[in-house]
Design a protein around this ligand. Structure first.
Ligand code: FAD
Length: 472
């Protein structure tokens, strides 16, 4: 063990620290293996110490020790990211925040939570209060709120509430700096974007305050349709139907069905299908819309049984888990279990042209792409995003698909890179490097994920000097 790390370890000896080989491996990985491009590069990258702080005071001690001993620090929540976001490229400390999991406060319409709180646990705590998180990724059972803000995008609930980076989706973040004397900074409004989806390169998120939605009794449905086009038209109509409270509108091409084995009995032969969550009292209305648009309801689960399955309380023998665990990037997980040559892309279809462009994309990429689409309502408009399955051939082919999609007007966000600067439409419109210089002045946080931030310092200095010179 190198001297800096040994000194840090000695100083923090009373904290929970793991240094055994299985723990180092387990806490250094995420789901980067979804990408055949990332897998060979990230396999084997490991932390030298894993530390699990129990509270903010311990987080501050770790941050201070890393700053003083110049040891790199990578923050980890549930470790479910898909791009190696939580993989420590340069060793050092991985700080697992899952014990920082308290409910700080709740009021009608908002809740504040410690960043390591698990999303399902948060919803369990909110349920008796008649409230819930507006949205959660399909990894609700594993992911943390801090990890969702720092590395995620959307999920169940986005058909009503949009993406996590939409204005209003997060009320406040408390961020700790990595300095000898760590400071706490409260970010609100647009300021939040400085650390949103920044992979923890520019501050440790310690608390997250989010608006809450009224809890609904969410019933589940699967409906089949004769074609993807028909199912997508239904998905659009249902998402536009603002009078029906809904949590999930996920539409799948027939070729997805063989990968979702547990749902097999409900997916029919060569049918497209919709996976849906609807407010139970409005289920009949949804069933009428499905029938009107040529669909057939093949699975219907009442809200109490759906909640018990999601909360891990009870599930009828043979019944599927919560249906959101078959949508978003869970579809890729199920496909990969059966066919390791599958990977995926991230595409966002523009409102207004989304169905027309879906038709185009299905045809243009018919040889190697299988679509499922996730409807979202963002800023008053209906979009769909897609995490289509791709039969992997080469990295060049993935880039070619993204290039052609972009050219046609579909936005692509490359999931086959760990570098933030390449993250397509998920980039936030905020000065993240500038905030890094303030919150992480020694450049210790999650090294290798944000490129060029030091160079920008020099550039900024040069341009500032030029401006001063010009003014003089
Ligand atoms: P981690 O993986 O632990 O961390 C993610 C990033 O955030 C890392 O860079 C980490 O360093 C940083 N970070 C974590 N906590 C903090 C903190 N407190 N302060 C600063 N930085 C921090 N994503 C979606 O958006 N929607 C989906 O529906 C979805 N479905 C998925 C399905 C599967 C099967 C898988 C494997 C992934 C999916 N994801 C999805 C990606 C991922 O699960 C989510 O983004 C999730 O919210 C990440 O949370 P986490 O706690 O696991 O974060």
């Amino acid at each position: 063990i190198r001297p800096a790390l040994a000194a840090l370890r000695a100083e923090l000896a009373d904290l929970t620290i793991y240094q055994d080989a299985p723990s180092l491996r387990m806490h250094s990985r995420d789901f980067f293996w979804f990408s055949p491009v990332l897998k060979p590069d990230l396999e084997g990258k490991q932390a030298e110490l894993i530390i699990l702080p129990r509270d903010k005071a311990e987080v501050a001690r770790i941050a201070s020790a890393c700053a003083r001993h110049r040891v790199s620090l990578t923050v980890r929540g549930g470790g479910t990211g898909n791009y190696g976001q939580a993989v420590p490229l340069e060793g050092g400390v991985v700080m697992n925040l899952t014990r920082l999991n308290r409910v700080v406060s709740t009021t009608l319409g908002a809740g504040r939570f410690e960043a390591g709180a698990n999303l399902l646990d948060i919803d369990k705590a909110l349920w008796p209060l008649g409230q819930e998180l507006r949205m959660h990724p399909s990894t609700r059972a594993q992911a943390t709120l801090g990890g969702f803000v720092a590395g995620g995008a959307a999920g169940a609930g986005s058909c009503t509430w949009g993406q996590i980076d939409n204005l209003g989706a997060v009320i406040a973040l408390e961020v700790m700096t990595v300095e000898p004397e760590p400071r706490l900074i409260e970010l609100r409004g647009k300021e939040i974007l400085k650390v949103m989806h920044a992979y923890g390169v520019n501050g440790i998120i310690t608390e997250v305050e989010v608006p809450l939605a009224p809890a609904h009794a969410w019933a589940e449905r699967i409906a089949t349709f004769d074609s993807l086009k028909q199912a997508a038209a239904f998905g659009q109509a249902f998402t536009e139907c603002d009078g029906i409270a809904k949590k999930l509108v996920s539409i799948h091409a027939p070729a997805i069905a063989p990968y979702l084995k547990r749902l097999g009995p409900y997916l029919g032969e060569n049918k497209a299908f919709a996976i849906l969550m609807v407010s139970e009292p409005q289920g009949d209305e949804l069933d009428r819309l499905i029938a009107e648009m040529g669909g057939t309801v093949t699975f219907s689960r009442g809200a109490e049984a759906a909640r018990a399955a999601a909360f891990g309380e009870h599930r009828e023998k043979g019944a599927p888990g919560p249906l959101y665990e078959y949508t978003w990037n869970h579809t890729t997980l199920h496909a990969l279990k059966l066919d390791p040559t599958i990977t995926y892309l991230q595409l966002r279809f523009p409102p207004g042209r989304n169905l027309e462009l879906l038709d185009w994309a299905v045809e243009a990429f018919r040889d190697d792409v299988i679509f499922h689409i996730e409807f979202q309502r963002r800023q008053g408009k209906v979009y769909h995003s897609s995490l289509p399955l791709v039969r992997f051939s080469t990295a060049e082919r993935l880039h070619e698909i993204m290039r052609q999609a972009e050219e046609a007007g579909i936005q692509a966000s490359n999931p086959h890179t760990w570098v933030l600067n390449n993250a397509g439409w998920k980039r936030t419109d905020a000065p993240q490097p500038e905030f890094k210089r303030l919150a992480d002045p020694y450049g210790l946080m999650n090294p290798g994920k944000l490129l060029g931030w030091e160079a920008e310092t020099t550039e900024a200095k040069t341009s500032a000097a030029k401006t001063t010179a010009a003014a003089e």
